[in-house]
Design a protein around this ligand. Structure first.
Ligand SMILES: Nc1ncnc2c1ncn2[C@@H]1O[C@H](COP(=O)(O)OP(=O)(O)O)[C@@H](O)[C@H]1O
Ligand SMILES: [Mg+2]
Length: 259
């Protein structure tokens, strides 16, 4: 059976204010989805709720990963089960290199799949990491750097994609992976994501930047407005937004404003 993330009638509040007002979204292994919408429409709130961020209170609805209640899983449990959220470790971790961090994360994930797993040896891991870095066109010196310390926006994103490549998740949610990237970095990150997409990986790319989607070419496009998914379609919906922006969405759903 294929792995699936199901978000059902999700309502999320921040500081008692309802931000998400009933979101339904299903992502299956092998599918590429894009969640689009203007700034402030609630896209990141959705990602934070799936991640289990303590400031984001789920007041109604459910999030299921393979039928299991994600909201009852610890953040590391979610990761070990094969759910990847790109900004899981956004801050610098002093004294921890990219390589050590990734090895620890991979071993935790392997142990979750097979409790008997003794972990990957250092030489074996080095080989794997080199192969992944080569594949993603990441400079080998990157492995020895301290995680996120002094990383540029593009390097942080590369580290995230590298983390994804090493962890080999079943479903990944990538929030604003394109933000703050120049066009070349954007292409590198998009190519990295593309190279990882396949029958064993489902992706939800969150963006307000439609240019990114020209590289990723999502099969399913969802548009959020005022905390609800109001439009759904195929890649043509992303193209429509690219051509016309979001004004038509705001006009069409003006009645929802403030509700
Ligand atoms: N931590 C927070 N505290 C207060 N308001 C928040 C917080 N996070 C999000 N919001 C509000 O929720 C709404 C949706 O924000 P967000 O999910 O970041 O949108 P998007 O990612 O689509 O730009 C905005 O009105 C924002 O001000
Ligand atoms: Mg956001």
């Amino acid at each position: 059976m294929s792995v699936v993330l199901e978000i059902r009638n999700l309502h999320v509040s921040v500081d008692e204010k309802e931000i998400l007002k009933g979101v339904d979204l299903t992502v299956r292994e092998g599918e590429v989805h894009a969640l689009m919408g203007r700034n402030g429409s609630g896209k990141s709130t959705l990602a934070y709720a799936v991640m289990g961020h303590p400031s984001y209170e789920v007041t109604e609805g459910e999030i299921l990963f393979n039928g299991e209640n994600v909201l009852e899983m610890e953040a590391d449990e979610r990761s070990r089960a094969g759910l990847f959220l790109a900004f899981q470790y956004p801050t610098a971790i002093p004294g921890v290199t990219v390589a050590n961090f990734l090895r620890a994360a991979l071993n935790a994930r392997r142990k979750a799949v097979d409790p008997q797993d003794k972990g990957i040896s250092i030489p074996e891991f080095r080989k794997l990491l080199m192969a992944k870095m080569n594949f993603l066109k990441v400079d080998p010196s990157f492995a020895g750097r301290y995680l996120n310390e002094g990383f540029s926006g593009g390097e942080k994103k590369r580290a995230e994609i590298l983390q994804m490549a090493v962890l080999d998740p079943r479903i990944a949610i990538l929030d604003e992976t394109d933000s703050g990237l120049d066009i070349d970095a954007l292409r590198v990150v998009a190519e990295g994501i593309n190279s990882l997409i396949g029958p064993k990986l489902g992706v939800l790319v969150i963006t307000h930047y439609e240019q990114f989607l020209n590289y990723i070419k999502p099969e399913f496009v969802h548009v959020m407005f005022q905390g609800r998914i109001v439009e759904e379609g195929g890649f043509d919906l992303a193209e429509k937004i690219q051509e016309q922006g979001y004004d038509w969405v705001a006009e069409k759903y003006a009645a929802l404003e403030g509700k």
